[in-house]
Design a protein around this ligand. Structure first.
Ligand SMILES: [Zn+2]
Length: 81
């Protein structure tokens, strides 16, 4: 799984963490998410500024390029006899 940034359409409450400043992911175990941490899309502030949105878009572009490169690169097969 890849953690993409979630840029807002416009400055305001962070679209990724819904303003909580905390992003949770993974499976829910006993009602608690396995992983959580400060939301990187808003840097834990719960809000995205115009500048923050631009940063997220740049981050995603970079990330997508990285993924595209990984897919195109030859890799060893995981199959075993
Ligand atoms: Zn956020």
């Amino acid at each position: 799984m890849y953690d993409m940034a979630v840029p807002n359409d416009k400055p305001g409450v962070c679209a990724k963490c819904k303003g909580s400043g905390v992003y949770s992911w993974g499976a829910s175990v006993n009602g608690k998410m396995q992983h959580s941490g400060p939301c990187h899309s808003c840097r834990g502030t719960g809000k995205q500024s115009r500048r923050q949105i631009m940063r997220n878009q740049t981050y995603n572009r970079h990330k997508l390029n990285e993924l595209a490169g990984a897919w195109l690169a030859p890799r060893d097969t995981e199959e075993r006899d």
